[in-house]
Design a binder for this molecule. Structure first.
Ligand SMILES: [Zn+2]
Length: 189
């Protein structure tokens, strides 16, 4: 089986394709019935399976408005179709092919152009930039906190210094008193 898969993958690049997949909507014997959607492939990491997602509108009764909701579904992706991430695809419902898979990719409607990929990258970058300022704010808050702590410490040290100086003055005062007393004693003598 593995060698066959390798052969098919090698032939995927060529125009003539050999397809032994029974679940292929073109060459296989699978019956297509049910709902059909067009969506974008958001993941092609699984073998012969892709995740297709599309945006739909759902009415919110409370607000009498529509909200966007994202539908996400796994679909069988035969080697002869070979949909890749970013492709727009048409999928059709079939019998369950696995626990989560009951759709088949029928055709690739369009590949994502370079412009679109660049756009998406730009959007992601802007998102990151938007997310960064919050971090900066947090950092600033932390800095402010540390500054406050430093200020407190400085205050404390100042107060301690003041106390010390006051004590010194007191001591000197007592000394002067003693001296005065001595002087007084001298006078009494
Ligand atoms: Zn096929």
């Amino acid at each position: 089986m593995k060698t066959k898969q390798k052969k098919t993958s090698q032939k995927r690049e060529g125009k003539a394709r050999e397809c032994n997949d029974p679940n292929c909507p073109v060459h296989g014997s699978i019956r297509l019935r049910g709902r059909r959607f067009t969506g974008r492939v958001i993941s092609d990491k699984m073998r012969r399976t892709v995740i297709v997602s599309w945006i739909r509108r759902a009415f919110v009764k409370k607000y009498e408005r529509y909200e966007k909701r994202v539908s996400k579904v796994t679909a069988h992706n035969p080697d002869c179709i070979g949909a890749q991430k970013g492709d727009r695809v048409r999928i059709v419902e079939t019998r369950p092919l696995s626990k989560t898979k009951h759709f088949v990719v029928k055709e690739v409607l369009g590949r994502e152009t370079k412009k679109q990929t660049l756009k998406q990258e730009a959007i992601e970058q802007t998102k990151e930039e938007y997310e960064k300022p919050e971090e900066k704010q947090e950092e600033q808050a932390e800095e402010a906190k540390s500054k406050q702590q430093e200020a407190k410490k400085e205050k404390e040290t100042r107060e301690q210094d003041k106390k010390k100086s006051q004590e010194k003055t007191k001591e000197t005062g007592t000394e002067t008193n003693k001296e005065k007393n001595i002087k007084k004693g001298d006078k009494d003598k």
